[in-house]
Ligand binder design. Structure first.
Ligand code: ZN
Length: 371
């Protein structure tokens, strides 16, 4: 950051009066009404910040000791800057663009956000919802004119319809003439002598409206659907804002999602895994028959084509993938235990042995579910 003394062009020993004089001289050259360039605006900020710091004995002392960081950037210095800016130029910062023209009562309505909770089943096929939305609608009494029927706005006596009043402000720069929104008509240029009693002259009233929407298949948590023009009506009958639906998909007890695929675990008893079996599972769209081969292993994945999610863009459904987990019995009655020992004698399985670490698809699927 530039040295404050250099910015103001004064020595380190400058008296408060010298600092003030230097600031005034620079502010006259650089202030945005005189010098609209971007460089000038930037320098004006620097100069003002330097003055903020050096004109305050306490801050100046801290700065001299090398402690300006607390006042740099967007800290206190910035607040000081905007205060001074306000003092010099009044509301001209924001309202400047509209100077000389009255503003319109008609404005666009605000956008609204509604959250929708969906089940995974809703996501597989898409779903229709009727949503109750608290919003603003056009006032039927005045149709957005804001006036009692049969009456009209009248030209403002104070600003004569311009919406602006000139004001002379005495400041460090001498007298500055600023243009400010007329307080009598709030800058509209007209006043409403007989406001509509149904809407208190707003042109719109609060209402609860039902919005019907077909939520497409394949949406995800966090996705926002835009419904243009379904937000609130604007003041004085201005155009409607937009309505956004933010989707949350509730976690499912069994199925999780991987892109357009659905994932689940199929727990298979040790004996079924050894002998093989047929099973009927409940997918999100009805039952599916599965054949488990004899000797199926933990981590084997059975893919059922096109029983996943219909993509948001596209029509071919994802797959349902089922990972097998073989469940070993934890307790056996003595007779069963004897049978397994008999089986061990007959099959002579080798001893446990090390192999490459392999967390298995089952674990991977779980990780995806947690994401
Ligand atoms: Zn009304």
């Amino acid at each position: 950051m530039a040295d404050h003394y250099e910015v103001l062009g004064v020595s380190r020993e400058a008296s408060p009066d010298e600092i003030k004089t230097a600031y005034r001289r620079l502010a006259r050259q650089l202030h945005p009404d005189v010098n609209p360039g971007e460089d000038a605006a930037e320098r004006f900020k620097l100069v003002t910040h330097a003055y903020d710091v050096l004109s305050d004995p306490e801050q100046r002392q801290r700065y001299d000791m090398g402690g300006d960081s607390a006042f740099g950037g967007a800290g206190a210095g910035f607040g000081g800057f905007s205060d001074i800016f306000e003092t010099f130029f009044g509301g001209a910062t924001g309202g400047g663009a509209r100077a000389g023209r009255p503003r319109s009562r008609r404005e666009r309505g605000q956008d609204a956000l509604v959250r929708v909770d969906l089940t995974l089943g809703d996501v597989v096929f898409g779903v229709h919802r009727d949503l109750e939305v608290d919003t603003a609608v056009l006032c039927e009494t005045c149709q957005g004119s804001c006036c009692q029927p049969g009456t009209q706005p009248v030209t403002c006596d104070i600003c004569h319809g311009s919406g602006q009043v000139q004001r002379t402000v005495r400041s460090l720069l001498g007298n500055v003439v600023t243009s400010q929104p007329c307080t009598t008509c709030q800058g509209y240029g007209t006043t409403i002598p007989y406001p509509c009693s149904s809407c208190q002259g707003q042109g719109r009233v609060r209402a609860r409206r039902t919005v019907s929407i077909d939520i497409p298949a394949g949406v995800e948590t966090g996705l926002r659907l835009q419904l243009p023009g379904s937000g609130e009506v604007g003041p004085a009958g201005g155009p409607n804002g937009d309505l956004y639906l933010e989707v949350t998909v509730e976690p499912h007890d069994v199925f999780s999602r991987d892109g357009d695929d659905l994932l689940a675990t199929l727990e298979v008893s040790m004996v079924d895994a050894i002998l093989g079996t047929s099973v009927t599972i409940d997918s999100l769209d009805g039952s599916v028959d599965l054949d488990l081969r004899a000797g199926v292993q933990s981590g084997d994945v059975l893919t059922i084509r096109e029983r996943g999610i219909t993509p948001l863009r596209g029509s071919v459904r994802g797959d349902l993938r089922v990972a097998v987990q073989v469940v070993t019995p934890a307790h056996l009655d003595p007779k069963s235990r004897a049978l397994v020992q008999e089986l061990a004698k007959r099959t002579k399985p080798g001893p446990p042995h090390l192999a490459e670490f392999h967390p298995g698809l089952f674990a991977k699927l779980r990780d995806k579910f947690k994401r």
